[in-house]
Design a protein around this ligand. Sequence first.
Ligand SMILES: Cc1cc2nc3c(=O)[nH]c(=O)nc-3n(C[C@H](O)[C@H](O)[C@H](O)COP(=O)(O)O)c2cc1C
Length: 273
Amino acid sequence: MNISLQDLIRRRKSVRTFSGEPLRAEDRRKLEAFLQTVENPFGVPIEFRTLDAKENGLSSPVILGANSYVAAKVSRVPQFEIAYGYNFETFCLFAKSLGVGTVMLAATINRSAFEKAMEVQENEVMPVASPVGYPAEKQSVREKLMRKGIKADERLHFETLFFENSFAESLDPERAGIFRDALEMTRLAPSAGNKQPWRAVVCGDKVHFYEKKAKAMQNDPLGDIQKVDVGIALSHFDLTLQATGITGRFAVEDPGLETDSQTEYIVTCEVKR
Ligand SMILES: Cc1cc2nc3c(=O)[nH]c(=O)nc-3n(C[C@H](O)[C@H](O)[C@H](O)COP(=O)(O)O)c2cc1C
C-alpha cells in the first residue's frame, strides 16, 4: 500500500453509489488473494466469498450501480462477532487502498438471497455483506440524505469514548502516550447506525475495551451487531499499533471496573514494552 494506514482510515467512507463498472480482473484477483490471508487476533476463522449480484439475485435498496458483493459467514463460537468485525473492516481498508468502495450492510439487503448464496448453515451467521466497485462521481440523493440523517460524518469526542484507570476519568489525548494514535483511529471507525458503541479504559500497558449498548440494537437473532462494531474498532486499534511496530496481545481478562448497566466488558489489549 502506498498510502499510510492512518490516511486510509481517515479517508474511508461508506460508498453506496457506484459507477456501474464491473470490478477489474486485477482488482478482483488482489481482493480475493487478500481475503484468503486476512486473520484476527481471536483465532476465529471467517469465510468470505465474492458474489455476482445478478447471478445470485442480490440487491439493496440503498445501493446503486454495484455488480458484485463480498459477504462473509462465521460459526457461532466465542468472540465471533468481534472477530468478524475485525476481518471485515481489515478487508474494507484494503479495498479502499485499491480505490474500491465498500459499505457494510446489515439491515438494508435482501438477506435471504445473500444467505442462500453464502450457504449459511444452522450454526453459522452472516452479519453483513458489502458491495464492491468503483465509487460514482456523485453520491445519489438518497445516499446524501441517509448520511445526513445518521450524521455519518461525525464522531464522538476522544474524551467521551476513552478513559484512564476507571470510567470516572476521561482520557486526555495528551496523556494517552503510545496509545494516542491507535485510539484516535479507533474513534474514526464505522458502525451500524453510526452509534460508535466502543469504549476503552487505559490502565498502564493495558487497554480494556467495552461495548456501550444501544437498547434498540440488542436481541437480534443474528448476534449482537454492536459487538461487530467493537471488532471493527479493534481492527483500527490493532492495525495502527502494528504499523508503529507495537505488538498487542488480546485476552479476555475482565479487570472488574465499575460500569453502568449498558456497558459490557469485551477484551483487553496488553502491550509489551
Ligand atoms: C455493522 C454495520 C452495519 C451497517 N449496516 C448498514 C445498513 O444496513 N445500511 C446502510 O445503509 N449502512 C449500514 N452501515 C453503514 C453505516 O451507516 C456507516 O458506516 C456509518 O454511518 C458511518 O459512516 P462512514 O462508514 O461513511 O464513516 C453499517 C455499518 C456497520 C459497521
